[in-house]
Design a protein around this ligand. Structure first.
Ligand SMILES: [Fe+2]
Length: 312
């Protein structure tokens, strides 16, 4: 695909990009790279250590039902069938930035977004491909990277909540940055009234401010989306300040500010780096996060497309 990826970007979107919730249109839903055959081939060749196979329950408040599974030797078409008929969520991490077929699309997208948004120049960028069931959902969470999503196939309901208390408490963000917590943050159903709710159709692009919590419910069809994650100077500094505030709290001090400019912010950048260095030295960095244990096998013929593993 040599045409531009984004089709209706304008100065209003540029002004709001990464500051508010932006909707736009893209062309990737028409690209042959996202046909069944192309996705099946990707599922066959993408390194399995970069693939997550997950399932979940129906209650958006019960994130304990999120769990990981194993796809065994199933081939790409069988996996697509299991997703179409079952209740599965597959994340092909980094597919957009490492796979030779998808990388040109990602380069074109990022190049165009940089061109359209002066000052937007990520230090690092990654893109995953999500393939999920008509009944799948992703629970309320806040990403530590800047993120946006391009929807390609199926329909899904996306809700985005403000990146501040009570929807996101400073301490919850600090816990994520200190790896005491996954990106799941506390959720209350009544907050849905405060959310920007967007029903995504193929060809829709959506982006939101850094740390804004969001959750997703699929509505119809086999869902395919591209999720992009970026480290920018702004996200790096903001995360350093919140990480330093978490370090202060762990040392018994009450942080007073989340400002990312000025001498105090630079002091916090130093504190954050020191804490990371200390954690590395003492071996407390890189704590394993929960839920990585595989508790099911993908199984096309079983209900929900999966078979639970026997527990001992
Ligand atoms: Fe997310």
């Amino acid at each position: 695909m040599t045409e531009p990826v984004m089709v209706d970007w304008n100065s209003e979107k540029t002004a709001e990009f990464r500051r508010g919730v932006i909707q736009a249109r893209h062309r990737l839903h028409r690209a042959e790279e996202f046909s069944d055959d192309a996705l099946a081939a990707l599922l066959n060749r993408h390194p399995r250590e970069l693939c997550d196979f997950c399932t979940m329950g129906d209650d958006p408040a019960d994130r304990e039902t999120w769990r990981a599974g194993d796809a065994g030797e199933l081939d790409g078409h069988a996996l697509l069938q299991a997703v179409r008929d079952g209740k599965l969520w597959i994340n092909l991490r980094d597919a957009m930035n490492v796979d030779p077929v998808f990388k040109p699309l990602f380069s074109s997208l990022m190049g165009q977004l940089k061109h359209l948004n002066p000052g937007f120049n990520p230090m690092r960028a990654y893109g995953g491909i999500l393939i999920s069931s008509p009944r799948a959902q992703v629970f309320y969470h806040a990403d530590v990277s800047e993120t946006f999503l391009l929807h390609v196939r199926g329909r899904k309901r996306f809700r985005i909540y403000p990146p501040q208390a009570p929807w996101l408490e400073d301490t919850a963000l600090e816990d994520i940055l200190h790896k005491d917590q996954t990106e799941d943050v506390p959720y209350e159903a009544q907050w849905d009234a405060d959310a920007a709710q967007i029903d995504l159709e193929p060809g829709d692009f959506v982006s939101w401010p850094l740390h804004a919590p969001h959750r997703v419910e699929n509505l119809e069809g086999l869902n395919v989306s591209i999720t992009c994650e970026m480290v920018t100077k702004q996200s790096f500094m903001k995360n350093a300040v919140h990480h330093a505030n978490g370090a202060m709290r762990r040392l018994g001090f009450e942080p007073k500010s989340t400002k990312t400019t000025g001498a105090e912010a630079w002091g916090k950048l130093v504190l954050s780096k020191t804490w990371h260095g200390w954690a590395k030295l003492t071996g407390s960095a890189g704590k394993p996060l929960p839920k990585s244990e595989t508790t099911f096998d993908v199984d096309v013929s079983s209900e929900d497309g999966l078979r639970d593993r026997a527990t001992i």
